[in-house]
Ligand binder design. Structure first.
Ligand code: SF4
Length: 348
């Protein structure tokens, strides 16, 4: 059976034509109803009124998945939900409430093989990659929870998006389809630990230019970064800097440098100066993020005063710094805290 969440409207149109001899008119109606309006019951759409036989045939050969949310937890400004996948594995997603809109932080893998020392997901290892439809499913689940469309998406939940890039790019394409979820590329942010081949591939795709990129940096000396993020041994800082410098950003665009501030580890004056050196000459903005200890944290949580202090050192060097206060820490929905264990769904 074909999964609607794995398709753009053009994919659906091709499939409908091949499987049922119908094309654009029915595809657009069906896609808009389910993906655009969040209504699973497309058979009631006027386009299918005259041909209920067709509606039944399509229903019988098209899977419109239902988001099975098995756990939720939330505070005023962040909300975590756990979705059960068809094979019983579970993934976590977080809705962050901003002043004017919500942002969904979605997962791209079950677990992760990058092994970052500050991250709960990294302790799981990689269980498997998610399919595009399993990323789209998280957006639909968030929509049902919020009762309104999701405005912004960040690929920053469980997993390393560039380690599953084919599926992530397909999800980006599906989410941005104007006839469906309509989340433009400029409202989608792909976060990475810095897999250089991924940057190169994106750089070669003109259609992906408006997609925002965030590099999870976290240290600006190779020794410390390799300790915190083993991937640095394969893609050290000099190579990363060169890659960022050569990346073809749209005019006025910038890459975010995410820096999780870990007390006593990467938060000294020297660390700030090394970060300023790395950023010099690059089109970047810095995003300071407090460390969340999670259940197996090696270090204490970052305090707001440390974020202020470190941020001030960077301001002095003329850098653009955005500070994030710890959202969702209470419900284990903060950065680096997503660690939904791959237990089987209890309903199965
Ligand atoms: Fe994987 Fe991201 Fe965690 Fe690193 S921070 S282990 S890339 S999920």
């Amino acid at each position: 059976m074909h999964n609607l969440f794995s398709m753009t409207c053009a994919d659906l149109e091709n499939w409908l034509r091949l499987s049922h001899g119908k094309g654009a008119f029915h595809a657009k109606a069906l896609y808009h109803e389910v993906m655009g309006r969040g209504n699973r019951d497309f058979a009631l759409h006027p386009a299918f009124e005259k041909s209920q036989k067709l509606a039944l045939a399509v229903e019988g050969s098209l899977d419109v998945p239902e988001a099975r949310i098995v756990e939720t937890a939330g505070t005023d400004d962040s909300f975590k939900f756990v979705t059960a996948l068809d094979d019983g594995l579970r993934i976590e997603s977080v809705i962050l409430t901003m002043e004017s809109h919500e942002t969904l932080c979605l997962s791209t893998q079950v677990g992760c093989r990058m092994g970052c020392a500050f991250c709960e997901t990294g302790t799981m290892g990689l269980i498997r990659n998610l399919q595009p439809e399993e990323m789209v499913l998280q957006v639909m689940a968030a929509r049902y929870q919020l009762q309104r469309p999701v405005r912004n998406v960040v690929y920053m939940g469980m997993g390393e998006p560039m380690d599953n890039l084919d599926a992530v790019l397909k999800a980006v394409e599906i989410l941005s389809d104007q006839r469906g979820l309509n989340i433009p590329l400029r409202r989608q942010t792909l976060s990475t630990v810095g897999l250089v081949p991924g940057f190169k591939r994106l750089a070669s795709m003109e259609s992906m230019r408006p997609l925002h990129l965030s590099l999870s940096l976290n240290a600006a000396s190779d020794d410390l970064r390799s300790e915190l993020m083993p991937v640095n041994r394969a893609f050290p800082l000099a190579l990363l800097k060169k890659t960022l410098a050569e990346y073809p950003l749209p005019s006025g665009g910038a890459i975010l440098l995410a820096y999780v501030l870990i007390p006593g580890v990467n938060d000294s004056r020297e660390d700030a100066m090394a970060l300023a050196d790395f950023a010099e000459g690059l089109p970047v903005r810095i995003n300071l993020i407090p460390y969340n200890p999670g259940t197996c944290g090696r270090w204490p949580a970052t305090e707001d005063k440390d974020i202020h202090r470190f941020g001030a050192l960077l301001y002095e060097k003329g850098l653009f710094v955005r500070k994030r206060w710890s959202r969702g820490r209470e419900v284990m929905a903060g950065c680096g805290q997503l660690g939904g264990r791959p237990e089987k769904d209890s309903k199965e």
